[in-house]
Design a protein. Sequence first.
Lengths: 336, 276
Amino acid sequence: MTAIELRGVTKEFADVTAVRDLDLTVEDGEVYGFLGPNGAGKSTTIDMVLDLVRPTEGTVRVLGQDATADGVAIRRRTGVLPDGFSVYDRLSGRKHVEFAVRSKETDDDPDALLERVGLLGDADRKAGGYSKGMRQRLALAMALVGEPDLLILDEPSSGLDPAGAKEMREIVQSEADRGATVFFSSHILEQVDAVCDRVGILRDGELVAEDSVEGLREAVGSEETLEIAVGDADAAATDAVRDLDGVTRVDRDGNTLVVSCADDAKTRVIAALEDAGVVVRDFHTREASLEDLFLAYTEGDAPGVDGSGGSSDADDTDADDTDDTDAATDAEEVAR
Amino acid sequence: MSLVAIAEKDFQDTVRSRGMLILVALFSLLVAVFAAVLRPGGPSGEFATEFLLSFAVGPFLVTTLVPLVGVVVGYNAVSGERESGSLKLLLSLPHSRADVVFGKVVGRGAALSLAVFTGFLLPAVVLIALSQLGQLSTFNAGAYLGYTVFAAVLGVVFVAIAVGCSAAATTQRQALIGGVSIYVLFVLLWGAVTGQFLDAASGLVDPLPVSQQQVGVFLQVSNPTTGVELLSNAFLGEQLFSGEGLNQQISAVSMLVFWTIAPPLAGLWKFDGDDL
C-alpha cells in the first residue's frame, strides 16, 4: 500500500504556480524526507495532502483514500505537525493535548504524551506563554495522539535548539520503528539524513531528485571539496582559482578557502594559488557534504538539472561545514 | 463527536477572553443602574419587573448591547484562527470544516448565553434587595428568568450571523467590517433599509395576495432584534403563542431559526471551497 500518492498534481495560485505536475509516492512504513529551499512548494504540497489547499489539477491520495473527499477519515489515522501554526493562547498545554485526544476519540494519556516531548513540567501553563520550541513540542505531542499510521511533519525542527532537534529525530525514529510512515519536510538536509530511507528534492514546484541519500551522493558525482588554509588570499587569487577548469565554486571563510572541484583539478588549484603568491599552509580534501549536495540540486549544478545556477547564500553556513559532515557521517553509521 | 469537541474547546477559550468579561460587567452594571434609578419613590409605587424589562432594559440595553456582544464574540471565530494559524492545528485533527463552523456557533453561543445569564445576575440581586426593602412592589423571578432566556436567544442569533460572516471572510479585517455591517444593519438601519426595499418593490408586491402592510410587518419581525422584542413582550404580557399576535410570533420564531442556521451555512459554503 502507498501512504501518500500524488499524480500529476499542479497548484496554481492567483499569481504563481506553486507546484507543477508533481508525481510523488511515499510507501507504507517508509521515512521520507521532503527537501527544498524555502518557497519551493513544500508547504503547498503538504497542505494539499492535508486538504487545506485543493489541487488545480491531479489527484492526491492518502492512506488509500481521496484527500478531499475522505479528509476526516484520513486525519483520524494521521498525526500532523503543521508549519506556521499558532496555539490557543488562553488554553494550557494539557488542554491542547486533551483536545487532540477527544478529537481523535482515543484513550491516550495526555500526561504521557507531554512527558514524551519533554513538556510535562509546563503542562499547566497557558500555551500563549510558550516559546517557539515549546509550541513545536506541543504540536508534536498532539500529532502523536492515537498512534497514527502516518506522521506528517512540516519543518519539524524549526524553533528547536540542537538538543531539541535531536529529540525530535529520536521520536521520528521510534515512530518509524513502531511501523508508522513518516513524511517530513525540511530545508536543511543534515536534519533528515540520519533518519530518512528516501529523500525527494523539490525545486520551483518540481521534483528534481528522489533517491536515498547515498544514491544522491553518487549521482552528484566525483566532486570533491578542498579546504585550503592560506596565509592571505586576495580577491584576484580567488578569482584565478574560480576560473580554473573543473572548479565549480569557491568560498572564502576567514583564512580558509573552500573549493568544490573535480578530482583531477586539485593540483591545479594549489598551483594557481602559489602562482598568485598565496602561501598555502595546509590543505585537505573531504567528501561532498550534504550541504554541498543539497545546494548542487537546488542551485542547478547537479546532473539532470537544467537550471542556470542561482547566487549562493551558503557563505554563512560554510564555517561549520566540517563539523556538520562529521556529525552526519556519525549519524549515518548509527543508522546503519 | 467532532462538533462537540470543537464547541467545548471554543467555549473554554471564549470564556477566558478579557473582552467578554468587560462586556458582561458593563452590561450587568447598566441593568443594575436602570433598576435602581427607575424604582418609584415610596413603597406604594406601581413598579413591576415586567415594566422594567420591557420598557427600560429591553429597548435600551438588550436590543442594542446583546447584539453587540454577539457580534464581538462571533466575528473572529473562524477568521481569527485562520489569520493566526491555529486553524491549521485544528484542521490537522479529524474535523471537517462544517464541524468547525457549527462547533464555533455552538461553543460561542454557549459562552454568550453564560455571559448573558451572569450579566443579569447582579441586577437580579439588586432587584431582590429592593423588593425585600419594600422599595419594589413585586419582583417576578419567573418573568425575569424568562426574559433572560430571550436575551440569550437574541445573542446566540447574532453569534450565528457573525460566525457565518467570519467563515466567509478571508482576512480578519474583512470579518471585522462584516461584523460592524451586521450590527449597523440589524440594530440601527433595519427600518430604513427595509422601508426603501418595500418602496422599491411595491410593484412586485401588488399582484401578490398580501398587502403592502403585511409585507412590512413581516420584514419588521424578520429582524432578530424586533422578533425577540415581540416575543419577549408577548411573554411578559402572558400572550406568548396565543392571542392576536400569534401569526406574527410564528413568523418571528421562524425568522430567528432562519438567522441561526442560514448565515453559518452560507459562510461554510464559501469556507469549504477556500484554500487555507
